[in-house]
Design a protein around this ligand. Structure first.
Ligand SMILES: [Zn+2]
Length: 195
């Protein structure tokens, strides 16, 4: 009886043959010609990710005296700041946070908590009107173990949702494609927050 042929040879001899085998394998599973997405506008975004200091980014945002795209601050009052997320899960992903550097929700004074709730309500209303989203995920990751990126300064997430707004791309590439730039969304929203 004939033995079944092996489909791929194992690298058994020289480093050169191992390299050729690996190259063939890569070529087979990863075709050289493929579609790709050009997003030159993302460079501006990537540059914003580079930290200039070790200061808490939310405390830095809370020091802003007026809304601006540089700080991503959209609105503020005595106690709170509304900021656009630099790492949005979806278009219009906002963060609502206290100005004070507090990590735990149970340490938030009642008047600040009331102000945070007011901004959550106002921000969702503006997002609904400006972006036409059909729903939201509102959430707080309490503690690093729960997924908080900046656990020492608590912040509520407001993530706008549309029907069919998720696909395979974020799953395989850990990248979310957004239909407009951060700056475009910022300017549309900031105009409404000013009113
Ligand atoms: Zn802080």
């Amino acid at each position: 009886m004939k033995k079944a042929k092996r489909k791929a040879k194992k690298p058994t001899k020289s480093p050169k043959s191992a390299k050729n085998w690996a190259l063939k394998l890569v070529k087979d599973v990863w075709p050289q010609e493929r579609d790709f997405m050009e997003r030159p506008d993302r460079f501006r975004y990537v540059r914003k990710l580079l930290p200039d200091s070790t200061e808490c980014v939310f405390c830095a945002a809370a020091k802003a005296t007026k809304p601006s795209f540089d700080s991503l601050v959209l609105a503020m009052d005595e106690h709170c700041v509304v900021v656009m997320n630099k790492y949005p899960y979806n278009t219009g992903h906002l963060l609502v946070l206290p100005k004070k550097h507090v990590g735990n929700i149970w340490e938030i004074p009642d008047d600040v908590n009331t102000a945070l709730a007011m901004w959550m309500k106002r921000a969702t209303g503006i997002l609904k009107d400006v972006l036409g989203c059909q729903g939201f995920n509102l959430g707080l990751n309490q503690g690093a173990v729960a997924g908080a990126g900046i656990p020492d300064h608590m912040h509520w997430h407001i993530v706008p949702r549309w029907g069919g707004d998720t696909n395979f791309f974020p799953l395989i590439a850990e990248t979310k494609a957004l239909p407009e730039t951060l700056e475009q969304t910022y300017s549309r929203l900031e105009e409404r927050f000013r009113k």
